[in-house]
Design a protein around this ligand. Structure first.
Ligand SMILES: [Zn+2]
Length: 113
């Protein structure tokens, strides 16, 4: 459960950005969370609601975009979508793959009035 510290830094970033833009209220935020990041979006929402109380981000709507996991085969270079625990290259059958997408975790945008 590392969502608490992640959400805390996310909120700090939101407040920082809002302040730089002279906003007095944050209406919503959009987060990008990779399937492989190990971060549970419901936990982030829960902690965000909790941590943002009393700040200008209180009550902000949280949109989450989940990025599907993508891998690239180290043998043949094929890029494919990872399906659960099936980590075989669909083209040549090797397990020599690199995760190229799906570990993302970032703040994509902030909505201010
Ligand atoms: Zn391959």
């Amino acid at each position: 459960m590392h969502e608490l510290s992640i959400t805390k830094s996310m909120l700090d970033l939101v407040l920082d950005q809002a302040q730089k833009n002279g906003a007095e209220k944050v209406q919503g935020i959009t987060l990008v969370i990779g399937e492989m990041s190990g971060v549970v979006d419901d936990c982030v929402r829960f902690y965000f609601d909790f941590l943002s109380k009393g700040t200008i981000a209180e009550g902000a709507h949280i949109s989450v975009k989940i990025m599907p996991a993508q891998a690239r085969c180290r043998e043949c270079g094929k890029q494919f979508k990872l399906n659960g625990l099936d980590w075989l290259c669909p083209s040549c059958g090797t397990t020599q793959i690199n995760i190229v997408e799906g570990k993302e975790l970032y703040l994509e945008s902030i909505e201010v009035p």
